[in-house]
Design a protein around this ligand. Structure first.
Ligand SMILES: [Zn+2]
Length: 366
């Protein structure tokens, strides 16, 4: 049973999308410029996509490039008699080329497992769904919508397996995908690191400028790498910053946890979508006032708070799922734009499933 999703209609990613457009300008592609850099423009009501409307805010993003995008003068196909550009349905290998342009596999961490998990390169793909986790609930949602490709942030198969028999959860997921004719693609740490990726979108949601990676990529642009650090436009109270971030995230049971003085003023902010407690060293050397990330464990968090006399960096601990979900609408929009630029059209959607594993929380106040 699906937990009731309650997602914000955030325009997070707009700034990151513009940055990504810059980074791709050198290659002659302008993946974000074609829809004006307005991530909100790709949101559509769930019923337009044939998804169940449960009355909550829709998270479905639709980048129907035929209607919303001007593929530009360099598109592969000429205009027809009505002045509309004819765009082809891509096959999976075409989509993989577009994905590689946005989130190159060379940006993935060495330990990571990214790329195609399930799928035939020659299969046509006219519906693509984005999600954080390849759970059975998400796979069923993708199949119900008619997706031929599910792109998830987290890998389904991180460790080696000797069997994909449908006697295990992962085996059932593989079977469901193949039987339903849906490919599965992982965009994980390459999606974290890339310009316009997970941490850029989070930095954008926080309102940071002069953004740089916390850990620059070994093989990438200077703007690429894990985490980001940047400046707020002015000093802000820690409590106000946390409240602002909270309002932009999907509503999850665990909410947002903060370590630090609510009224302390902060200006320099480090962010990392997903688990960030391996980055404390980089956060400390960046001199950030506050670190916004997810999955913070007791010891790294406690040691970080002890390490500096003024208690900084303060910590804002988000839901892992929520911190990465923010990227999905921006990613869907970016992929739609790159496909259009390459002469293809596909419908894109963002999963409505809340795959945060927690269901409720007890605190002293309630
Ligand atoms: Zn993650």
């Amino acid at each position: 049973m699906s937990k009731e999703p309650d997602f914000p209609e955030s325009d997070a990613g707009t700034e990151a999308a513009a940055q990504a457009a810059d980074s791709h300008a050198a290659s002659g592609n302008t993946p974000f410029a074609v829809v004006g850099g307005d991530a909100a423009a790709v949101f559509a009501e769930a019923d337009e996509l044939g998804l169940e409307d449960d009355g909550t805010d829709s998270v479905a993003a639709q980048a129907d490039v035929d209607e919303d995008a001007d593929p530009g003068a360099d598109a592969a196909e000429p205009a027809d008699g009505d002045g509309h550009l004819h765009l082809d349905t891509p096959v999976l290998s075409d989509v993989l080329v577009a994905v590689e342009e946005l989130w190159p596999e060379s940006l993935a961490e060495e330990w990571d497992r990214v790329g195609l998990v399930v799928g035939h390169p020659d299969a046509e793909v006219d519906r693509i769904m984005f999600a954080v986790d390849p759970t059975i609930e998400v796979i069923d949602e993708a199949l119900d919508w008619g997706a031929q490709l599910l792109i998830t942030h987290h890998p389904l198969l991180m460790k080696g397996v000797n069997s994909v028999a449908a006697t295990t959860g992962k085996g059932r997921a593989i079977h469901r995908l193949i039987e339903g004719g849906c490919a599965l693609l992982t965009v994980h740490t390459n999606g974290d690191s890339a310009v316009g990726g997970v941490s850029d979108v989070l930095a954008d949601a926080v309102g940071l400028t002069d953004v740089l990676p916390l850990m620059p990529a070994a093989h990438g642009l200077v703007e690429e790498g894990i985490g980001r650090v940047g400046m707020l436009p002015g000093a802000e109270k820690l409590g106000d910053l946390a409240a602002r971030i909270f309002l932009q995230l999907p509503a999850v049971a665990g909410g947002v946890r903060v370590a630090g003085d609510k009224d302390a003023l902060v200006r320099k902010v480090a962010v990392c979508g997903g688990s960030g407690d391996s980055l404390f060293e980089a956060v400390r050397s960046s001199d950030a006032d506050v670190f916004v990330t997810a999955d913070l464990r007791h010891h790294p968090a406690s040691e970080a708070r002890e390490a500096r006399a003024d208690g900084r960096p303060y910590l804002i601990d988000l839901s892992h799922f929520a911190s990465e979900w923010l990227w999905l609408p921006a990613a869907a929009q970016a992929l739609g734009n790159v496909l259009a630029d390459q002469g293809f059209e596909a419908e894109l959607a963002v999963s409505q499933a809340n795959t945060d594993p927690w269901d409720f929380i007890l605190t002293p106040g309630n």
